[in-house]
Design a binder for this molecule. Structure first.
Ligand code: ZN
Length: 374
């Protein structure tokens, strides 16, 4: 039997409603918010906007004017030190509601995956009520959130395109997003000028998230024609970017922004494979960030993804970036057991990569030997 979109459990796919793309497109935000505020004024509704902005921009003196922030608006500079916790999202929503902002005209997220995911979660909670952890899962969000605008300032995670917002509940360690049609952005602005100042290594690690998503999807068994098409073009664009001398030219920053978006669309119709579960293990047990953790996992992927392994390391050489090594060097038996548990719990992607009997391949001994290579 051929696998189809139905076999992956994904029957219906919602994409971003509208987007702007191209250098300078951030300038479109002013008229977009202006129209929403005007509409709210006419309906005697709240005209305020809630902004979630990556803390990286907090010292940028003209960020408020570039985003058309008005004096009554709410702006939060989101810390990217840790990936989103449900508790932090609940606190943020309480702070916004505490200021009397229950029905703003829009929630705007400017930043990387952490900031955009935070904006999506806040938007859904403002209209649905309750706490973030109540919506971790599939289709638990009951009504549309506040109008969501996503503006990526780094490319690769695909958070601008997906129907989820990844978050961890610290009470039970569950890392799972609000998978819902209502989590998709209503409007995305992709302006490659925003990625011009990203540090090179960060740019590489994050960009590789798009490449790795699609390598895993194309090597998996839950396949469908649309997901494959998105994945192939994402990989194609990543090759153009990372095998050229300078991955950060204006042209390459635009290509990578498109690759990130298409990679997000790809993953919305398919599953990742072995890299992401092992990477999640590194994040949960050692606190490593998602994108750098993926790159570290690639150290152990030669036997599973031989072609991508060679290509990945040639891209690393070409761009002269360094990938951390020896992150599990000083760990003991207990730590490896924790890494094993945190990795092998990801049933769907591991079945996608290795089949239903994946645990017969990924024994504790095998998983330990993989982590020792990192
Ligand atoms: Zn990823």
């Amino acid at each position: 039997m051929t696998a189809s979109a139905l076999d992956s459990g994904i029957k219906l796919v919602k994409n971003v409603v509208r987007y702007n793309i191209g250098a300078g497109s951030l300038g479109e935000l002013d008229s977009l918010l202006g129209a929403l505020r005007k509409n709210a004024t006419e309906n005697r509704a709240d005209t305020r906007v809630v902004f979630m902005v990556d803390e990286y921009f907090s010292s940028n003196s003209n960020i408020r004017s570039r985003l058309s922030v008005e004096s009554n608006d709410f702006i939060e500079f989101v810390s990217t030190e840790k990936e989103p916790y449900t508790t932090a999202i609940n606190d943020l929503v309480a702070k916004i509601v505490g200021l009397g902002i229950t029905n703003p005209v829009a929630v705007v997220g400017l930043g990387g995956g952490i900031t955009m995911d935070t904006a999506k979660a806040v938007s859904n909670l403002l209209t649905n009520g309750g706490r973030a952890e109540e919506y971790q899962g599939w289709d638990l969000v009951k009504k549309p959130g506040i109008f969501k605008v996503g503006i990526p300032s780094i490319s690769g995670t695909g958070a601008e395109a997906t129907r989820t917002c990844v978050m961890t509940n610290p009470a039970n360690g569950l890392k799972l997003g609000m998978n819902s049609d209502f989590t998709v952005f209503d409007h995305v602005i992709m302006d490659p000028e925003l990625t011009a100042t990203v540090p090179r290594e960060q740019y590489f690690y994050t960009g590789m998230d798009a490449y790795i998503h699609c390598v895993e999807a194309l090597a998996g068994s839950y396949r469908n024609a649309i997901g494959d098409a998105y994945s192939r073009e994402t990989i194609n664009l990543c090759r153009q970017v990372f095998l050229e001398d300078d991955m950060m030219t204006a042209k390459n920053r635009e290509r990578l922004m498109v690759a990130s978006y298409l990679g997000g669309c790809a993953i919305a119709t398919s599953y990742v494979g072995l890299v992401h579960p092992l990477s999640a293990g590194l994040s949960v047990v050692l606190g490593l960030h998602h994108c750098v953790a993926n790159c570290i996992v690639m150290r152990a992927m030669q036997e599973f993804y031989p072609q991508a392994y060679d290509e990945f390391w040639s891209m690393v050489d070409k761009q002269g970036v360094s990938i951390p090594q020896g992150v599990c060097a000083n760990l003991g038996e207990k730590d490896f057991k924790a890494l094993y548990e945190a990795s092998t719990m990801h049933q769907k992607p591991l079945t996608n990569a290795l089949g239903v009997d994946y645990k017969s391949i990924l024994t504790l001994e095998k998983v330990t030997s993989l982590f020792k290579k990192m």
